[in-house]
Design a protein around this ligand. Sequence first.
Ligand SMILES: Cc1cc2nc3c(=O)[nH]c(=O)nc-3n(C[C@H](O)[C@H](O)[C@H](O)COP(=O)(O)OP(=O)(O)OC[C@H]3O[C@@H](n4cnc5c(N)ncnc54)[C@H](O)[C@@H]3O)c2cc1C
Length: 485
Amino acid sequence: MSRASVVVVGGGISGLAAAWELSGGETGPNESTPRVEVIEASERFGGSLATTNFAGRTIDLGADGFLARRPEAVALVRELGLGEELEAIDSSGAWLWSRGDLHELPKGLVLGVPTDLQAILHFKGLSWKARLAARRDVLSPKRMLIGDDATVGEIVHTKLGRELSYQFIEPMIGGIQAGRIDELSAKSVFPALFDAAKKGGSLMKALRPPSPLNAGTKGDSATSDPVFYSLRGGAGSLPSELATRLQGRGVVLRHGVSVNALRRTPAGDYPWEVDTLTTTTPANAVILATPAPVVGALLGSLDPAIDELRQIESAGAAMVTFAVTDDKISLPPHGTGILVPLKTPWAGEGSMMVTAVTFLDRKWPHLRRDRDVLLRAHVGRSDDSRWLELTDEELTHRVRSELEILLPHFAEPSESLVQRWPLGLPQYVVGHEERVQRARGASAKFSVALAGNAYDGVGIPASIGSGRRAAREVLEMMSHEVRTD
Ligand SMILES: Cc1cc2nc3c(=O)[nH]c(=O)nc-3n(C[C@H](O)[C@H](O)[C@H](O)COP(=O)(O)OP(=O)(O)OC[C@H]3O[C@@H](n4cnc5c(N)ncnc54)[C@H](O)[C@@H]3O)c2cc1C
């Protein structure tokens, strides 16, 4: 019998993780390992993970860290023998721009939702009315009826009021997803919030970390363990390391070629043919690790549930990074950055475009140097694409003007760099989970598995987990095919 063959379409971190699992995962290939081919449309592997040289360092251009408490990314790093390269994020807190000033975020936040009543009551970045809304949630929580899903906004707005929701919680949750809390599905992006709201009672009490030992640290951190990790060579070094190791295992890696059709071939050893402009690869199973709309375009004609994936929209974002000598800027005494609520007024027309500022070389120790600092300003949300209309020069100028308001003495950066991510992050709107389940069920009937940030969570760990899960699914499907032959 011919050797089994699996094609992975898309060489972002989820596609590469799928190929790692298909080629034996931690233990490596054996006699039953299929032939694996990864086909990536762009000129490099890694998708939203990439590095570049800037101001004498290697910096990340996209994602720059991964959640420590989700196991998938840390496990993969260790399997690759890169455990020594893990670097913990600085945990000295963060700031919120509110009421025309910087305010240090209080302790006890869980994805932006306060859980420590005393801390939020003393937080001067909110009006007394907003702080009393938090008190009311603890003492006399509002009732609400929740169906199969709800937006994050509906829940926090009802339970905690408008100001806390939009000036405080949205900058954090919305920042991670590049979306709006009034659109995002609580069940998909914040299941603990959804469960708490469904249970009824106080949201703040329900989200409180279980043990008193866990209280007392800053920001979202509930314990003294690192919340995020990166790698000393940047999070973007992970796909390059992975690609090198996959090559060593005999995985075929192709980049700069787009998959433009998948054809079913019911007769013969291989049920699928995967086409690029110049090649056809036969396959027993296919893993689609591309953005969801690409899956809809390639396979939508097979089943309406797959076609529906075209409707998963993405929010674009851009980041402008600056190097500034330390005599030309003054930063808050500690902390890794500033969150800026949407619709924040500024000196010019319209609202501020900057949604967050990261003090990159505070956040990641490997980027620290004497004499200069690295700042990164983030712009863009699902409903704010003003950055798309500006040239790099105009965007840099606009962001600089806003930074001059947010940070005292900011002037004359020595270097700057604009990075745009037009496809950015998929938006998990209400009903997302069911949509994904339907599409997965329909694809599995054709020996196709779906992987990537559109399905199981947008972060790096979720994307890695999704790739490995898809690989296990197709290995399982193929083992049944062999048994029934
Ligand atoms: C600006 C930004 C910052 C982020 N920051 C963080 C962070 O700090 N921490 C975190 O955990 N997550 C972060 N994320 C999210 C995380 O980086 C991504 O969710 C994750 O990397 C997605 O991986 P993926 O493989 O699913 O998708 P992608 O990286 O999008 O990869 C999909 C690949 O498919 C390829 N492709 C598309 N069509 C075809 C085709 N027809 N044929 C072949 N190939 C095709 C694309 O070229 C692409 O390389 C960030 C994302 C962005 C955009």
